[in-house]
Design a binder for this molecule. Structure first.
Ligand code: NIG
Ligand code: FE
Length: 395
């Protein structure tokens, strides 16, 4: 095992409140840290840094935890730029385009799907993402969803079964049978390949009652729960997620005061996806309102071809700052520790002693430059041994 000393860190964000300034960001200035192949083994002032086998001087740059992108749809074929043009012309998003991506994905080879997913994952990694969640949801058959989960497993450890994305065309006249399939045979085939299940609970996708059936079955199969809720309009997606103690409810674009209060009183993380509103031209929800109420907020990209073709968490950070009322520090926390909470992980999203050695060296002296310079300050991305997407993982 080799220890590396990083010194010359002008500002170190650890997200460990027991370190540094004692804030949620656990921030130190003029800091150093020691990493082994897997984990952070020491953090402290540069003046007290221990000796190590290798020392790297970062020359007064800032270090932050690697970003945790807790919501992506990376495995898909084709693109829908024509829909983006329609959005620009004022046509609203209704989820109908998902079926076009389903058709393109069904027609693609597994090799092509894997290459495309790897490519997107690698782009995310280059822009600082060291943990990434990936959903299925673009085949909507038993064999097809299994195939997408197998592709997802190749690019990440955080795999989500989203058989309940929309009702596929062949079940258009019989949605009850599709819900039965997802909660039954498809769940049995998919659960062993996933850590999570998600449902798009929205008008035009699945009702609250349908979502409850599917998520309850998922829980019985040992999966953690996630919900796409309150994206296109007000609804009971958030209430359902809180009722079922889902790890996260994502989008949260249209929230009532009751929804906000429920989230604040729960363990369910409110995940905001600023790329989706920006891409679609919709008003962004207020992250400020959620934070002021006491909810836990995460930021993610929602990378997908229909509402947010975004791989960069650094971009999500500056969008959240400008569009959602988060401070630069709150946005950074939400993109790191918040994402980790949304995935029920304590080993990522922070740089306390024992955390995975996943970090981003910024080409900037302070983390605020992530917002100030539109995310364009990602320097070197370092990852623990075995991180999917890490340059240290043999191809
Ligand atoms: O998170 N809302 C559901 N799913 C995606 C969009 C998928 C698509 O349009 O292809 C989302 O926005
Ligand atoms: Fe999504």
């Amino acid at each position: 095992m080799s220890a590396r000393l990083l010194r010359g860190i002008a500002e170190l964000t650890t997200n460990d409140p027991s370190l540094g300034d004692g804030s949620p960001l656990g921030r130190l200035t003029d800091a150093a840290m020691v990493l082994d192949d897997d984990a952070v083994v020491w953090v402290g002032p540069a003046s007290r840094a221990p000796a190590a086998d290798h020392a790297v001087d970062l020359g007064g740059r800032a270090v932050v935890p690697g970003f945790v992108d807790s919501h992506t749809h990376l495995v898909f074929a084709g693109e829908r730029s024509d829909e983006f043009a329609a959005r620009l012309a004022g046509q609203p998003y209704d989820g109908g385009g998902i079926r076009r991506t389903v058709a393109a994905t069904r027609a693609a080879s597994s090799a092509d799907l894997l290459a495309a997913a790897r490519h997107r994952r690698d782009r995310a990694h280059r822009t600082g993402t060291t943990t990434i969640e990936v959903k299925s949801g673009y085949e909507l058959t038993v064999e097809g969803e299994v195939r997408l989960l197998e592709v997802a497993e190749e690019v990440t450890d955080e795999v989500t079964f989203l058989g309940a994305h929309v009702v596929p065309p062949e079940y258009a006249g019989d949605r009850e049978s599709y819900v039965e399939l997802v909660a039954g045979e498809m769940m049995v085939a998919c659960a062993p390949r996933a850590r999570w299940a998600d449902v798009f609970c929205e008008r035009g996708a699945f009702s609250v009652e349908e979502a409850r059936v599917i998520l309850t079955a998922a829980r019985q199969h040992g999966l953690g729960l996630r919900v796409h809720g309150n994206q296109l309009g007000p609804g009971a997606g958030v209430a359902l997620a809180v009722e079922l103690q889902a790890a996260s409810v994502d989008h949260c674009t249209h929230l009532s005061d009751e929804d906000v209060a429920m989230l604040a009183g729960s363990s369910t993380v409110a995940t905001l996806l600023p790329g989706a509103e920006f891409f679609s031209g919709d008003p962004a929800p207020s992250g400020r309102r959620l934070l002021d109420a006491g909810a836990t907020v995460a930021l993610a990209t929602d990378c997908n071809p229909g509402t947010s073709y975004l791989t960069s968490m650094a971009t999500a950070i500056w969008l959240a700052v400008r569009e959602m009322g988060l401070s630069p520090d709150e946005a950074l926390w939400a993109a790191t520790a918040g994402g980790a909470r949304a995935l029920c992980r304590t080993d990522v999203g922070n740089l306390g002693v024992g955390a995975r050695a996943d970090l981003v060296v910024l080409d900037a002296p302070r983390a605020v430059h992530l917002a100030y310079r539109f995310g364009d300050v990602i320097g070197e991305v370092m990852t623990a041994r075995g991180t999917p997407g890490s340059s240290r993982v043999p191809a």
